[in-house]
Design a protein around this ligand. Sequence first.
Ligand SMILES: [Zn+2]
Length: 240
Amino acid sequence: MRHQSINLIALLCAINVVVVSPSLTSSDGGLLSEAKGIHDWLVQVRRELHQMPELMYEEVQTGKAIRKHLDKLKIPYKYVGVSKSATPGKEAHKYHTPGRYPVAKTGIVATIGSGQPVVALRADMDALPIVEEVDVPFKSRNPGKMHACGHDGHVTMLLGAAKLLKKHEAELKGTVKLLFQPAEEGGAGGDLMVQEGVWWLWGGVHRVVLTRAQNTQDCWKMWTRHLPCMCGQASQQAVC
Ligand SMILES: [Zn+2]
């Protein structure tokens, strides 16, 4: 479990390094060089998402784009074969399904690997009601809306991690859940995912790692906390 988690953190750090600072040449390794290998794809995905900012619980096109990439990667996300009226906790075995779509109105949960333990990687999807003034070829096509908080980058990081994890799926000892969370900007989308039972599906999620780019923090560092929180009191320099 610990070994797998450290690998996941390193993987996200590697993707983060490539997304945020592709010229960075810190300590190299397998994951970092693999992440560098998909740099152009990551840029393409980020720019694609940047052009379609959508507000909380309206992430329809964003979800469609995410599902398009998941389909190409052959990563399942569809909700199959389980009654939504099943009792939380008591019938958790019924939820050993590939994934759920939609969850929390416009969210997506996808799955790589199988069995226990279950580790989740999460990215928020929504944008802000802000006019984008920077004139770039990939600027917002939705007037008055902009990915000003970087959620397009977060989703890209998660898709990048998904791409590399899928490649190494046979080596995983457990399950990785990819949580594409709607409505982080005031809509409590994470809370709604909890209410809909994302955490106890598949027998419980053992650990959740968030994607987060922040310009006040070195991009090769990962903040961690043992509580439900975006970031916290301790930082860890992951090997990547
Ligand atoms: Zn945000």
